[in-house]
Design a binder for this molecule. Structure first.
Ligand code: DTR
Length: 339
């Protein structure tokens, strides 16, 4: 009798243990795997924000979702991002709107020389603008977040202290920043950030026009010993997801992604602004970089040359049927709200 009871107990325990093992969802057995493509190298801010989003998603979904990240253009390049995600080559992708001028007209208005003060304000403004206008350009994808870099400055091999100094200098920029460089008389060359370190090394360009965190992240401080502070414009980015992949997600996961949209914009803007401060200090200390502030008189000359850019955009976009003045007014009002 005793043996029988013992056998029964052992059997019950064994069955319970067996059921427990097979019923407990293990992360790897059940995880929904999503690929996330990014174009620049891993240390740059678009990839840092990608890793932060991955960590948050995996934590908040308790392992239900696993994100596989592809930095450095290993899955999709800078200019293929939107179409590649739409067509399902990657489930998720991060794109710089400036690399396809004319495609993201409404949201790209933010890259006009509007004097947006920092990445946090600009990122939150961009998100609100996107939500208000829901532009056609994004209709085939699910937008997971948007953000911007910090205001751009000129990093160069030779000092640029006045307008004459920039005349004819080959400098790299993309999107709206191109028109700004042209207005100042530089010889602007367009290329994605990912191709810029090599172009500077080979002497194809003598500098670049972007936010200053790259002085540290891409080690431009080793080659560009001068920075001219002009603090405009910013570049808008979007993280987009393939629509079928989005529709397949369980509702609770969709909610987690949606709840992260503004939070991620805010996080990235804040990270970027702090990282620029860090990069400036590092460039001065480690590489003796000189930061040049234009005198008020000189700055007025530079600013005057930029005025026609926004005026022309307004005329051109209004002619195309876009509520261009309203968009500019919205950027102004929304950004003030976040300052
Ligand atoms: N679209 C940008 C903005 C940018 C600023 N920092 C980085 C780092 C990596 C990629 C892009 C960017 C530009 O090309 O300047």
């Amino acid at each position: 009798m005793k043996t029988k009871v013992l056998c029964l107990v052992v059997l019950t325990v064994a069955i319970s243990a067996f059921c427990l093992i097979y019923e407990t969802p293990t992360a790897s057995a059940e995880a929904i795997e999503l690929s996330y493509a990014n174009f620049p190298p891993a240390p740059t801010f678009p990839c840092v924000q990608m890793e932060r989003w991955k960590t948050e998603v995996e934590k908040r979904t308790e392992g239900k979702v696993a994100i596989k990240t592809y930095p450095g253009g290993t899955l999709l390049g800078a200019k293929q991002m939107m179409d590649g995600v739409r067509d399902g080559i990657a489930d998720i992708g991060n794109l710089s709107m400036a690399y396809q001028p004319g495609r993201f007209t409404v949201t790209n208005a933010l890259s006009l020389p509007l004097g947006l003060p920092n990445a946090k304000v600009a990122s939150l403004t961009l998100w609100d603008l996107y939500m208000k206008y829901q532009p056609e350009a994004f209709k085939d994808v699910k937008v997971l977040t948007m953000f911007t870099n910090a205001p751009s400055n000129i990093m160069s091999k030779k000092p640029i202290r006045k307008l004459d100094d920039i005349s004819g200098v080959p400098i790299r920029a993309s999107g709206g920043a191109a028109q700004i460089l042209k207005a100042w008389g530089a010889n602007r060359l367009g290329m994605p950030m990912s191709e810029t370190p090599e172009a500077i090394q080979k002497g194809v360009v003598d500098g670049l026009f972007s936010s200053l965190e790259v002085m540290k992240d891409l080690k431009f401080a080793e080659m560009c010993k001068f920075v001219t502070m002009v603090e405009t414009p910013i570049y808008p980015f979007a993280v987009v997801m393939n629509m079928d992949a989005w529709n397949k997600l369980p509702k609770d996961v969709q909610k987690i992604f949606d709840d992260l949209r503004v939070e991620q914009a805010d996080w990235t803007g804040t990270y970027m602004d702090n990282h620029v401060i860090d990069s400036i200090a590092w460039s001065k200390k480690e590489h003796g970089v000189e930061f040049i502030n234009l005198s008020a008189e000189e700055k007025a000359k530079w600013d005057a040359l930029l005025e026609p850019i926004t005026a022309n955009w307004l005329k051109e976009m209004t002619a195309k049927g876009l509520p261009a003045q309203q968009i500019l007014d919205d950027i102004n009002t929304i950004s003030k709200k976040y300052q």
